[in-house]
Ligand binder design. Structure first.
Ligand code: MN
Length: 420
């Protein structure tokens, strides 16, 4: 059976914290793209637009769908990488990319980064893409749960993005679609704020994709809106079904984006915003990211943490009053004490370099750190292999000697599995 896109909508929103929208989308049914740029100043916006525009230039119809999509993604990666290397103002820029192409009865997805593609079928929401992030890998290894991942201090670190390297490994997948399926592409500004259960409920209970997209963005903003939020939603119907009036089952609401070309325009970017929203006491080494390589948007995730922390602080003040100040004082004393101990752990600093910290990998409220920076290596976290990442980014507590050995191995490019 030949299927078609019966309804589509796309929304991109700056959110409530950031001043610029570095997300982009491109919709020209049956092709749908979401990209989440990173890199500070205007670079992130440039990167995500290059990725979206690469699809606007058309696909090589002589290729099978998966290589057809992957070819475009790799070309976009080269373009971003080259611009990043030749223009200092764009140095380190990068972007995620999640793109979907509907064939006769098959949806093909190409994916890099932590934006996501979901399918809602018969009321059940399935995440079709896997996040290329440190916490995504931890979840797949069974080291942490999904719920823990959402709160994990290193959830900001991507393990794959367009831009940092001359070539990129692209995930592609295809699967058979069914009439009635709803597909969502979204940036992490949605999925970091709204959980899957809510997404499923909203996607399955609205009469048009416009309502679905608008409501998802509204919920993300309601939950804090600490990042740019982009949602592309489309619904599949049997070809010809739209012509049947009163088809009761699938209500068709073709909208402007169908068959038209849209590249989202983000509002102007204000230089310096990368640090503007960083809260006092942002998560330090844990949210710090491979920013130097453009793998991670450290500013936006820090802003997310900051926003949550502000809300928490407000509540704390309300309930604890002076008691709160006492807790802060105790934590400050405790922090100074702990940082003086001979406990070390490895993490990633604000420039994305593997770093040795002294103390404990935790922070109290109001900027109290339980660690100090001891040694910053020359190794960007984005260049770690999977073994090294597992050994280093878990924040395992170590003796000074162990920590030094490990960071030396990593700098020399050896594996960190404890070999000679
Ligand atoms: Mn984002």
């Amino acid at each position: 059976m030949t299927l078609r896109v019966a309804d589509v909508a796309a929304v991109s929103d700056v959110g409530r914290v950031r001043r610029a929208n570095e997300d982009s989308y491109y919709v020209r049914s049956p092709l749908f793209v979401v990209a989440d740029g990173m890199g500070g100043a205007q670079a992130g916006e440039v990167a995500s637009k290059i990725a979206s525009a690469a699809f606007a230039a058309g696909l090589d119809e002589s290729l099978a769908p998966e290589p057809r999509m992957a070819t475009v993604v790799r070309a976009a990666n080269r373009e971003i990488h080259n611009q990043s290397n030749s223009d200092p103002s764009k140095h380190g820029m990068g972007t995620t990319l999640t793109a979907a192409l509907l064939g006769d009865d098959e949806l093909t997805i190409a994916h890099v980064g932590d934006s996501r593609a979901y399918r809602l079928r018969d009321g059940e929401l399935t995440q079709l893409t896997r996040d290329h992030s440190v916490v995504g890998e931890m979840v797949r290894r069974g080291a942490i749960t999904e719920a823990e991942a959402e709160q994990h201090p290193q959830r900001s670190i991507l393990t794959r993005a367009l831009g940092p390297e001359a070539d990129v490994e692209v995930d592609t997948l295809s699967h058979t679609v069914k009439a009635g399926d709803i597909y969502l592409l979204s940036s992490d500004g949605l999925t970091g704020m709204v959980d899957d259960a809510q997404i499923a409920e909203i996607a399955g209970s609205r009469s048009s994709m416009r309502e679905v997209a608008d409501e998802l963005v509204r919920r993300a903003n309601q939950a804090g809106g600490v990042d740019n939020i982009t949602v592309v939603a489309f619904k599949i119907a049997a070809a010809g079904a739209a012509a049947v009036a009163g088809d009761g089952q699938t209500r068709d609401h073709p909208v402007a984006e169908t068959g038209s070309e849209t590249i989202a325009d983000a509002p102007a970017v204000i230089a310096g915003e990368a640090t503007a929203e960083k809260a006092p006491g942002g998560f330090g080494p844990q949210t710090a990211a491979a920013g130097g390589n453009g793998h991670v948007p450290p500013d936006e995730r820090s802003a997310r943490v900051a926003s949550r922390r502000r809300a928490q602080t407000k509540r704390s003040r309300k309930w604890l009053g002076i008691g709160f100040a006492s807790v802060v004082l105790l934590l400050a004393i405790g922090g100074a004490f702990v940082a003086s101990l001979n406990i070390y752990f490895l993490g990633v600093d604000e420039h994305g370099l593997v770093t040795m910290y002294r103390g404990l990998p935790y922070e109290g409220p109001v900027s109290i750190k339980l660690y100090t920076k001891d040694y910053v290596s020359t190794k960007p976290a984005s260049r770690l292999n999977e073994l090294q990442r597992a050994a280093i980014l878990d924040h395992t507590l170590r003796t000074r000697g162990d920590a030094e050995d490990l960071i030396t191995q990593v700098e020399r490019g050896q594996t960190s599995s404890g070999g000679p």
